[in-house]
Every structure is written in C-alpha cells, then in structure tokens.
Design a protein around this ligand. Structure first.
Ligand code: NAD
Ligand code: TYD
Length: 357
C-alpha cells in the first residue's frame, strides 16, 4: 500500500479545505476523485494543483469499473469519503441525484473498497481505513430543551438529503459488522468558511447583503443550527482517521448553537463595519421573511463529548472569530465568487426563491 489517501468530493466545500489542510500538515499523498458537479470547483485547489503530493482524477463514485481500476492502480491506505449531493433545498426540488450519489455511490464505493481491502496483505488490511463523512441531520429535529444528539441517538431523517445520508451511514455500518471493513463514520454539524457554494445560508447572506439584494429568511428565522468552522471539521476528520477506533462513529460540532436570525445579524453587523458604502446600510434592512422550507427541521445540536474525551479534539475557532474570517474571505475573493455565481447559479436562485417554493 502507498502512503496515499483517496479523497472523494475533494473539489467541494469541505473536501477542498480537507485537501489543502492535509497537504500542508502531513506527508501523505492525496488523490482527489471528484465528478465536478455544480458544487465541485477546481479553483478551490489552485494552491496545490501543481504540488508533487496532490493529484486529481475526474470520475463518478457510482461507476464501479472506474473505482476498481483506480483502487487497484493507486493502492491507497485510506479513503475519506466526502462526495455527495449536500443541499437540503435541492433535495426537495429533485431527490433523484441524492439517492443516486449518496446511496448508490456510497454503495459502489463500499463494494469496491471491500474487494480492494480483502485482497490486501494482512498488515495492510489491518491499517486500511474507510472514513465516511456524514451529518447531524440524520438524527432529525430537536425541541428547544431536548438534549443534544449523541452517537446513540436513533436516526430520524426528515429531508430527502438527510434520508439519503442516513441510508449511506447504515450501509457503512453494515460493511463493518458484516464484512469487517475498517470503517469510521463522522457526523458533523453545519460547517461554514471559505469555498462554500453560495446556495447555503452563510455565503448566500454575505453575497446578497453586499449586492443590496433581499436576505431570505425561511419561516420565522428561529431555527437553530450548531455552526462549526470548516477547518475545525477537517482537523477532526484527520484526528478520527489517525486515532479513531474502527467501527465507531464520532459526532463533531462547534458547541455553537445559533438561530438563523442571529447568524444573519452577525453577518450584517460585520458588513456594516467593513463595507459602510454598500447599497443598503445597515445591511439588516435587507432581511426579508419568505415562505418556509417544507419539513424544515427546527433545531440541531451536537453532543461532542466522545471525540473530546477519546481523541482530545476541540474546535479552535469561536463563532465570532470564524465568521469574521469567513466574511473577509468572501470579500477578498471576488473572482471566485464571480466564477460560481454564473448561469446555473442564477437559475437555481430564480427557482428556489420564486414566490411559490
Ligand atoms: P459540496 O456539495 O460542497 O461538495 C460535494 C462534492 O462532491 C463536489 O465537489 C461534487 O462535485 C462532488 N460529487 C458530487 N457527486 C459526485 C459523484 N457522483 N461522484 C464524485 N463526486 C461527486 O458538499 P460539502 O458541503 O463539502 O459536504 C461534503 C460532505 O460533508 C458531504 O458528504 C456532506 O453530506 C457532509 N457534511 C456537510 C456539512 C455542511 O455543513 N456542508 C455538514 C456535515 C456533513
Ligand atoms: P443551509 O445552509 O441550507 O443548511 P441546512 O439546511 O443543511 O442546515 O440552511 C441553514 C439554515 O438557514 C436552515 O435553517 C435553513 C435556513 N435558510 C434560510 O433561512 N434562508 C436561506 O436562503 C437558506 C439557504 C437557508
């Protein structure tokens, strides 16, 4: 086996942050396998594209022949699986791609990983890892005073997105219990930071506010999410990959529960300071309540005591420091923004924010 990590979905938001952090922090080589859907963007990886320890392969995780060939040829010591359709609103408009990539794609990857792993020499078999990156949304929705989700909270996914992720988590679990594949699963709360596609709340609000466009708040804006800066998530995944126990799942979160209106208020406050000459100041006057998302989960919260206790991981950023970095990143990367907010993005905005959602 090579000192090679196969990363799926490494051109997306979290995957690209993971690739950049891994190349900068450890000696392993990284092979990034990505289909380059609307969410995959090689500009995210400019800083490493010519690095001797980084390579890119365009491909689809559903394609078993492609996976078999790649694994046989490259001999990775680990697979870190990010590739997915990841946006709840898109899963409501069109669930097909979510089942295809998140369920069938994870199944293909598991099958080909199992075949590859089974044929490895004994020592390599023992050290191989398949790390599956998942979400807190598989646990469903919490009431205001319910305890946070722990690793033993029963699954209760409510959107096509979370149902497809839950299905993939179950398959990963079964491949450990049935075949002994050395898997690790991480379930993380909402991420934010550089490279997030501006269909998600935080980048969408930053870009709309700068452009003087309405800031769409679903429902009453009091839905709660636990926010984690993306680099903290990537560090957690690297920690689980090196020190996690095979077959275990680890919840990851920022201990930073916030209502959507608090998030939007924080972004508007920062922009008032950083961009006093924008079309609309204070930026909060752009806040616009729109029709709620169907089946909108009320609250997510993560109990992260297991990863803190067993693996000594904790977030390094506070929400205040992380959101500050994030707002600045979007303001300083106009080219990146221009590139991703072209044709298909505009069509998505028109479709999702039409009066009748
Ligand atoms: P993203 O949508 O930004 O990126 C997904 C990447 O996967 C893209 O580069 C895309 O091109 C690629 N991809 C999609 N379908 C593919 C296929 N069939 N074959 C190969 N590549 C394919 O997603 P993200 O926000 O970076 O999320 C990454 C992972 O982390 C997902 O599994 C998601 O469920 C999970 N997660 C995300 C969050 C979050 O807040 N964003 C939180 C917890 C967990
Ligand atoms: P999102 O970033 O889509 O993440 P998720 O739904 O996976 O948690 O949304 C975060 C929260 O923000 C969620 O409660 C929905 C809400 N939201 C809005 O109020 N307006 C928007 O335009 C978007 C995209 C999200």
């Amino acid at each position: 086996m090579e000192d090679l990590i196969l990363v799926t979905g490494g051109a997306g938001f979290i995957g690209s942050n993971f690739v950049l952090q891994s190349i900068a922090s450890e000696p392993a080589r990284i092979l990034n396998l990505d289909k380059l859907t609307y969410a995959g963007n090689l500009n995210n990886l400019r800083a490493v594209e010519a690095h001797p320890r980084y390579r890119f392969a365009q491909g689809d995780i559903v394609d078993r022949d492609f996976l078999r060939d790649l694994l046989g040829r490259e001999q990775p010591r680990a697979i870190v699986h990010f590739a997915a359709e990841s946006h709840v609103d898109r899963s409501i408009h069109g669930p097909d791609d979510f089942v295809r990539t998140n369920v069938n794609g994870t199944f293909s990857l598991l099958e080909e990983a199992r075949a590859y792993w089974s044929a490895l020499p004994e020592l390599d078999r023992a050290s191989f890892r398949f790390l599956h990156v998942s979400t807190d949304e598989v646990y469903g929705s919490l009431g205001p005073s319910d305890p946070a989700f722990s690793e033993i909270t029963p699954y209760a996914p409510n959107s096509p997105y979370s149902a497809s992720k839950a299905a993939s988590d179950h398959l990963v679990r079964a491949y450990h219990h049935t075949y002994g594949l050395p898997v690790l699963t991480t379930n993380c709360s909402n991420n934010y930071g550089p490279h997030q596609f501006p269909e998600k709340l935080i980048p969408l609000i930053i870009l709309n506010a700068c452009a003087g466009k309405p800031l769409p708040v679903y429902g009453d804006g009091k839905n709660v999410r636990d926010w984690l800066y993306v680099e903290d998530h990537c560090r957690a995944i690297r920690t689980v990959l090196s020190n996690g126990r095979a077959g275990e799942t680890y919840n990851i979160g920022g201990r930073s529960e916030k209502k959507n209106l608090e998030i939007i208020g924080a972004i508007c406050g920062l922009l008032d300071e950083l961009r006093p000459n924008d079309p609309a100041v204070p930026h909060s006057k752009l806040i616009t309540f729109v029709k709620d998302r169907p089946g909108h989960d009320r609250r997510y919260a993560m109990d992260t005591r297991k990863i803190e206790r067993e693996l000594n991981w904790r977030p390094l950023e506070t929400f205040e420091s992380g959101i500050h970095k994030t707002v600045r990143w979007y303001l300083e990367h106009e080219d990146w923004v221009r590139d991703v907010t072209s044709g298909s993005y505009r069509q998505w905005m028109a479709k999702n924010y039409a009066t009748e959602r």
